[in-house]
Write a protein that binds this ligand. Structure first.
Ligand code: NAD
Ligand code: TYD
Length: 350
């Protein structure tokens, strides 16, 4: 089996669902269920023996040791993190705890477990760390995209904590020979995205008739990656990636925030028209985020050249699918909005 951390969050849960659609290899899903963890996302797996859910904190060394000893995974895929930049500005401590101390604890537990494996199991084992392009800092309008050799220059407490996590993973490969893989991806979007992040926030607030807040002048650029494409890239890196290497994952979709918000409004005008006017009428420019990075952009050519991976979705197809998903899965995000999702503590007590 494989061990996934953070598999009740946005990307981790998409990964677990996709994995079990394409494989009978079981998943041990280790998640603390912070505000971002939602077992409602995984309810289609209730009763499925291929999915084992363990509520645990990656900072808890004894719990990690026990889970590894009991389940003997062939790989650890590490998604768990505090992930929202705005929250990191208001409360950075949790980011240092989970993203730095948590990764360190998981690396230590993983190293002890890996050291005791047989030689063939040892060489097949992988520790794959899921990271972000935000570790590379901010680009100017004409700068080349981030490549795997771009120097780290994190600007927010979130990106600084993820950079520290990446450095620890690198050091565990270099110092102890732990077979690691690191992926750095751009902004994801798609189903089950927690509605405090830009794309789901705009869709759900638009439908509720609320203002759509765009920070600053709306000209900041993000490079959008459909979550299903991210999951397929991670599977490819796990299968074919070279131990110790890092891979950038991107969707080749650089867009300004205001373009993203306008496109979402236009899709909603088409798919769920208002009785009068356009959803664009709800857009409001608000005070900018402190230290707001201007532009992120990923050069994903290494992954294409060396492992033959390319995204399947364009921004247009991925965004349309995403809007359609939010329109047809209202109870998922309404349970998040009401807080009902926090009452789910195991897949059996729903
Ligand atoms: P998310 O915030 O939606 O989910 C994080 C999950 O981790 C939640 O289920 C949460 O309960 C769990 N978790 C948090 N702290 C934990 C702890 N101490 N122990 C165990 N579980 C814990 O995040 P996401 O958007 O799914 O991101 C997943 C990974 O991808 C993160 O490492 C993030 O840095 C990275 N990433 C995300 C994006 C993006 O656009 N969302 C982009 C690049 C990289
Ligand atoms: P976000 O989804 O928080 O991801 P990140 O900060 O990790 O890139 O934000 C994406 C972009 O959208 C970012 O430039 C900030 C901007 N933004 C808004 O303009 N309004 C909002 O309400 C939010 C949440 C984000």
């Amino acid at each position: 089996m494989i061990l996934v951390t953070g598999g009740a969050g946005f990307i981790g849960a998409n990964f677990v669902l996709d994995w079990l659609q394409g494989s009978d290899e079981a998943v041990l899903n280790v998640d603390k269920l912070t505000y971002a963890g939602n077992l409602g996302t995984l309810k289609s797996l209730r009763g499925d023996a291929r999915h084992v859910f363990a509520r645990a904190d990656i900072c808890d060394r004894a719990a990690m040791d026990t889970l590894l000893a009991e389940h003997k995974p062939r790989a650890i895929l590490h998604f768990a993190a505090e992930s929202h930049v705005d929250r990191s500005i208001h409360g950075p401590a949790d980011f240092v705890q989970t993203n730095v101390v948590g990764t360190f604890t998981l690396l230590e537990a993983g190293r002890a477990y890996w050291s005791a494996l047989s030689p063939s199991e040892k060489s097949a084992f992988r520790f794959l760390a899921v990271s972000t392009d935000e570790v590379f800092g901010s680009l100017g309008a004409t700068d080349p995209q981030f490549s795997e050799s771009t120097p780290y220059a994190p600007n927010s407490p979130y990106s600084a904590s993820k950079a520290a996590s990446d450095h620890l993973v690198r050091a565990y490969h270099h110092t102890y020979g732990l077979p690691t893989l690191t992926t750095n991806c751009s902004n994801n979007y798609g189903p089950y995205h927690f509605p405090e992040k830009l794309i789901p926030l705009v869709i759900t607030r638009a439908l509720a008739g609320e203002p759509l807040p765009v920070y600053g002048d709306g000209k900041n650029i993000r490079d959008w990656l459909y979550v299903g494409d991210h999951c397929s890239a991670i599977r490819r890196v796990l299968e074919k990636g070279v131990s110790g290497e890092t891979y950038n994952i991107g969707g080749w979709n650089e867009k300004t925030n205001i373009d993203v918000v306008n496109t979402l409004c236009d899709l909603l005008d088409e798919l769920e028209p208002k009785s009068s006017g356009s959803y664009r009428d709800q857009i409001e420019f608000v005070k900018d985020r402190p230290g707001h990075d201007q532009r992120y952009a990923i050069d994903a050519r290494k992954l294409e050249r060396e492992l033959g991976w390319k995204p399947a979705e364009t921004f247009e197809t991925g965004l349309r699918k995403t809007v359609q998903w939010y329109l047809t899965h209202r109870s998922w995000w309404q349970d998040v909005a009401s807080g009902a999702y926090r009452r789910l503590e195991s897949l059996n007590n729903e």
